[in-house]
Write a protein that binds this ligand. Structure first.
Ligand code: ADP
Ligand code: ZN
Ligand code: ZN
Length: 745
């Protein structure tokens, strides 16, 4: 809701990046911004001994403090406020996640804005021939051969060229100026992100693919709701052409002169994804991801805010991109865990997308082959429109999961003989094989065969992973490293052996079994170098038989047309985990991995090794697919009173001192229970209990869980809790945070 500027407020309520959930009052001073004081104007203020950039939230005439005691601001940084849609979203986020507004605003703006830079586009110089210049003949400049050459080069570039590009060809500024003086050339200054406009005015660079029947039905449904809040879940098997539906929906939105915001998982914003969008559209597509420099991020943000960028594609934090003319929000792989921020401001970008689409009254499209149970239940209840794609665009249906019993079979690098035989046959047929194993390193740990000692981290309740490249023990929770012991630290035996398999060991085993076939390993260790992953993908596209061993980095998004066999080394990790979402998440991962098989000309097979082949969940998934398992899980969640049927909030406490965590935990739980009872508020309170991994990085973790059938009740309780903790002296010695809608416990 746009605020009318306040002519001359005596007090500015300012949000400042601080852990306190309140505004700080200052006096305006100096000249008022040209558009008048209003929420969203950045100011520089003295704060303690520092100077900070804050954002004006309230313009008032009164304060709880005496006006004469208020400090004046140091400087006003904006003539007009930061974008109103962005400010709305930040205020919503702060309220919903019970996070300090000042920190929310700080997190949600690019670094350069945090530092006070004005929100105006950076510009660059471009040189373009005038009409006279275009008609001129280079021969007329025979006496100035370099100018003639420059003119000839510019003839090749009707949109003009940047200064850099020209100087790189050893032309000089003097030569440019000479052409300008002759009336042949003009100098333009334009935003750094400007895109040469296409003279034809066409939006598409390549024609859209004719849709199949299911895709057409989905697109037609989406077209019905272009001008209102219209939430849709597009549930489509891997390779069913969801992206093609997104592209054609975006085309329609951009055709109306509006903007599309596309969120993709961290792992999904690959050069191929971007290339696919950029190939299709002639209009600028700006990308927001972690690889950008501060300046590039600022440019992209500014281009979106000014409306110059019709298509914005980015990972989680891109939800905070302001849009001048929002037209649609699309969340691809909406179930993906990377949309939830796991520290600080613990927001879920998909849930904010829902709120934002609602606020703007625009369509929202969530796509996935394996939708989250939250989204599925809203689609099934009719709250959201449920669109489905069941057919793959290519000839072959996604492969069925074949469960392979591991019990009592010898393993080599985690693989049993019949699976190794199938790998051999697949390679002999000239195809590629993907071996999925969700542990990097050589082996999950090192064990002493004499006394049973296991390599454990000194700082965490966790075992250390054995690595061979280079050889060391590493804790994957705190990154602590240790040299390999030569003998058991407990009994001095030298019979130390790796326990279990990780990517390195499976890679080594496969390389030994298939010496003539290249083996590529893809995990966080092997892809530290930026282009390493891209190189492997390029190699795979050549289509020669090869083996690919990797973690979940491989599972998503990548189109691997020559892979016809997928092997899952062990499906059991998620089956009996304590976290109530573990089953949902491991089913999603299995289906995503399986979706890599048989995407082109040949059908695929998926072999899933397990010790629990008779597990009812695993059987449902293998025999009836994800939707059937989701039904089963939803019923279980309903019976257990878990999301999406009840809402959760988790208070997390941590400290290097175990007693401090436990004392505060009991104190806050007691106070909360009393308050809940006095208010007769139907909110369940469980705990405090130690977190699943109690000690991490030498800090102790405990948690208190709040549950309620009504979100509003939970928020009331959360607000009371944060206020209590802010006021409690004990809470100052313990780090605490409230996680609304936690994804992991
Ligand atoms: P998803 O996003 O559901 O995994 P994609 O949109 O990436 O699926 O489509 C998978 C493959 O099928 C891509 O190579 C795409 O170009 C192709 N494809 C999608 N729709 C069609 C169609 N209607 N006709 C032919 N090929 C299609
Ligand atoms: Zn020992
Ligand atoms: Zn550790």
């Amino acid at each position: 809701m746009p605020q009318t500027p306040h002519p001359a407020p005596r007090v500015l309520g300012i949000a400042i990046p601080s852990p306190l959930r309140r505004l700080f009052d200052y006096r305006p001073c100096g000249e008022a911004p040209s558009g008048g004081w209003q929420p969203g104007i950045r100011v520089r203020v003295p704060f303690g001994r520092r100077q900070l950039v804050g954002v004006v939230i309230e313009c008032r005439n009164d304060s709880e403090l005496a006006l004469k005691d208020l400090k004046p601001i140091d400087a006003c940084l904006d003539a007009t406020p930061l974008p109103a849609d962005w400010l709305w979203l930040c205020r919503f986020t702060a309220r919903y996640y019970q996070h300090p507004l000042g920190d929310t605003l700080h997190q949600a703006m690019p670094v350069l804005l945090r530092q006070g830079r004005p929100l105006t586009a950076r510009t660059r110089e471009r040189w373009r021939l005038t009409a006279v210049g275009q008609a001129a003949d280079a021969a007329e400049l025979a006496r100035a051969p370099r100018q003639a050459a420059l003119l000839a080069m510019l003839h090749q570039h009707p949109h003009g060229l940047g200064t850099q590009a020209i100087l790189a060809q050893s032309f000089t500024r003097e030569q440019l100026r000479a052409l300008v003086d002759k009336g042949l050339l003009s100098r333009l200054e334009e935003p750094a992100t400007a895109h040469p406009r296409d003279s034809t005015g066409a939006r598409l660079a390549e024609p859209a693919i004719p849709l199949n029947r299911e895709q057409s039905v989905a697109l037609a449904a989406l077209h019905e709701g272009l001008d209102r809040y219209h939430p849709c879940l597009l549930e489509g098997v891997t390779g069913s052409g969801k992206t093609e539906v997104y592209l054609q929906l975006i085309e329609a939105v951009v055709g109306q002169g509006r903007q599309a915001l596309v969120l993709v998982p961290e792992i999904g914003l690959t050069p191929q994804t971007l290339a696919r969008f950029r190939q299709r559209f002639r209009v600028p597509v700006v990308a927001l991801h972690s690889g950008l420099t501060d300046h590039e991020r600022f440019d992209a943000w500014e281009a979106a805010a000014s409306g110059r960028a019709p298509i914005v594609i980015g990972t989680r934090s891109a939800i905070f991109t302001p849009l001048a003319r929002p037209g649609v929000i699309i969340v691809d792989e909406e179930h993906d865990g990377s949309f939830k921020q796991q520290d600080g401001l613990r927001y879920h970008a998909r849930d904010l997308a829902v709120a934002r689409a609602h606020h703007h009254a625009i369509p929202l499209l969530l796509g996935s082959a394996t939708p989250s149970l939250e989204s599925l239940s809203r689609a099934r209840s009719g709250d959201w429109r449920h669109l489905t794609l069941t057919q793959r665009a290519s000839r072959h249906a996604p492969a069925r999961l074949e469960l392979v019993d591991l019990r009592g079979r010898p393993r080599q690098g985690g693989l049993i003989p019949p699976v190794i035989e199938t790998i051999r046959e697949t390679l002999a047929a000239g195809h590629q094989v993907l071996v999925f194993i969700n542990r990097r390193g050589f082996a999950p740990t090192l064990a002493c065969h004499a006394c049973g000692w296991l390599a454990e981290c000194d700082h965490c309740d966790a075992r250390m992973t054995l690595h061979r490249q280079p050889p060391l023990l590493a804790c994957h929770h705190c990154d602590r490293r240790r040299v390999l012991p030569e003998a058991c630290p407990k009994c001095a035996s030298i019979d130390l052996r790796p326990l279990g398999s990780g990517t390195e060991r499976t890679e080594e085993t496969l390389a030994g079994l298939f010496p003539k076939v290249p083996v590529h390993r893809i995990d966080r260790d092997s892809t530290r170098r930026r282009d390493a992953f891209e190189q492997v993908l390029a190699e795979l596209r050549r289509g020669e038989p090869c083996l690919l061993v990797g973690t979940q980095m491989l599972a998503k998004g990548h189109h691997l047309p020559h892979v016809t066999l997928v092997v899952v080394v062990n499906a059991d990790a998620g089956l009996y985990a304590s976290d109530f979402r573990a089953l949902e998440q491991s089913a999603q991962l299995l289906i995503q991995v399986a979706g890599r098989a048989g995407r082109a000309d040949h059908p695929g097979r998926v072999l899933v090794q397990t010790l629990h082949g008779d597990d009812p969940h695993l059987q449902t998934l293998a025999e009836q697919g994800y939707a059937a398992l989701a039904d089963q899980l939803l019923e279980e969640r309903r019976a257990a009173g878990l999301p999406p049927f009840r809402f959760l909030a988790l208070l997390r406490l941590e400290s290097p001192r175990e007693d401090a965590v436990s004392a505060l935990g009991h104190q806050v739980a007691e106070a909360l229970r009393q308050w809940l009872a006095s208010r007769r508020l139907e909110v369940g309170c469980l705990g405090p209990v130690p977190a699943p991994m109690e000690r991490r990085q030498n800090r102790y973790h405990a948690q208190l869980m709040l549950t309620s059938e009504r979100r509003s009740r939970l928020h009331e309780a959360g607000a009371w809790l944060t206020a209590w903790l802010e006021a409690s002296p004990e809470a100052r010695r313990v780090r605490w945070s409230l996680d609304i809608d936690p994804q992991t416990l």
